[in-house]
Design a protein around this ligand. Sequence first.
Ligand code: HEM
Length: 511
Amino acid sequence: MPSAQVIQTKDDAIYTTSNGAPVKEPYASQRVGFNGPLLLQDFHLIDLLAHFDRERIPERVVHAKGAGAHGYFELTHSLSDITSAKVFQTVGTKTPLTIRFSTVGGESGSADTARDPRGFAIKIRTEEGNLDWVFNNTPVFFLRDPTKFPHFIHTQKRDPQTHLKDGDMFWDYLSQNPESIHQVMHLFSDRGTPDGYHSMHGYSGHTFKYVKEDGSYVYTQIHVRVDQGVKVLDNQKAVELAGSNPDYGVQSLFEAIESKKYPSWTVYVQTMTPEQAEQFRYNVLDLTKVWPHKEFPLRPFGKIVLNENPKNYFADIEQAAFSPSHLVPGIEPSADPVLQSRLFSYPDTHRHRLGVNYHQLPINKPVVPVANFQRDGPANFDNQGFRPNYPSTLSPLQYKQRPYEAKWLKHERWLGHANHDLSEVTELDFEQPRVLWQKVFSDTDREHYVSNVSGSIKGVKNKEIIGRQLRVFAAVDQDLSNRIAKAVGHPTVKPLEVKPAHEAVRFKINE
Ligand code: HEM
């Protein structure tokens, strides 16, 4: 059995009901005589039962299983040449943060070692408001059209009738949406089963814009690289741990911090000017692609250290509400359609999961005062006092423009007819997966990859799905496809036919 340490503290508090009145006995109900019914006047019992009945809040619709901790971000190199964000100006500044790591598809009790991307969500409490980095441990993602996200996630949830998970659904989706292949190359390598949460990198995946006061900006990708080194589990070990210790990741993070082996990461930025972006081979708004490090070198600028375990998991981690739209002046979202959808989706789900005043919970509350005209709603414990509830001229708030705003708003001018062809697959989609397979993977990596994929695909009942996915693998590399086909006892197949790359998929500012 897992042996997570328990923090023991002596508590002098007196046991009370929720209105603070002392109660002598936590175990006893009031009843009439020895055999009669209970008494409605027994507030202790009613209070206890009624609160218990409401203990569960909805788990996250994705990323339900997680672990987290507190720490700080330390600026090691100034980013003043690319952004006006205060948090990234003065070297040595330490800013408090909270991190939550997670798996994606499983329920909140599922195994930490499942083959799945890992969430890597960071809330940095800056003087200009909370900056959330809601990252994954893979640099790319399965899709570039956000309408696909709920459909894809459903393939990893339980079948509506059998209430069972079903590999047919998962591979059915992937084989119909071949732009997912780059992420599939990452997911089925041994990096798809990290050895705990503090042995993996994190990536923004999306492109953001880092803006200076004069309105000039660069596109960026953020990389959070683990100082302890990447550690992975092979499939056999991951499966074994899923049975023997499903909370392996939660436990190893907690114990590392408790024994003062504070995990740390070095934070890097890749930058690209708008001019470079228009020349770049891939579209910077397409998160199925990476920016080659040789062309766009990683520039270090910070350190993340986790040095404090949560005092209370529910309050500190379960109630944490991260959103890619929680940005600070000097950092702006790019027009990446998946990012744009996420800007909406996270605060929306928080209102459902935690309530409309989720941002007032201690873990989410910015360190700077919040002043606006939002009022009331359930569980409101900071209703902004006597401040007017509209933009009053009698008692005005101060309004502060972002220095670059006037120029900035004129800079981007999007024109064009309505278009829904975000997912057109071209040869470009197979180049980076091919490099991974042919140049980056070692012989052992390739062996494990074939074994990991075939272990999953061989459970698929519908042979058409297998054939279709093998064609996608063949478009990456014929030998890769043939090896998987052999391992699952399927005839070899020809590659999926894909269009050559063309101008329309390239990135243009001011279309
Ligand atoms: C969690 C939506 C893509 C990283 C979530 C949650 C939703 C969501 C609804 C649950 C949040 C909560 O209940 O607190 C979406 C949608 C996406 C998308 C609609 C695409 C259209 C991505 C991508 C990444 C990502 C591309 C990473 C690059 C995360 C992380 C969490 C999360 C790390 C867990 C946050 C936490 O620990 O509380 N997502 N997601 N998601 N998502 Fe996404």
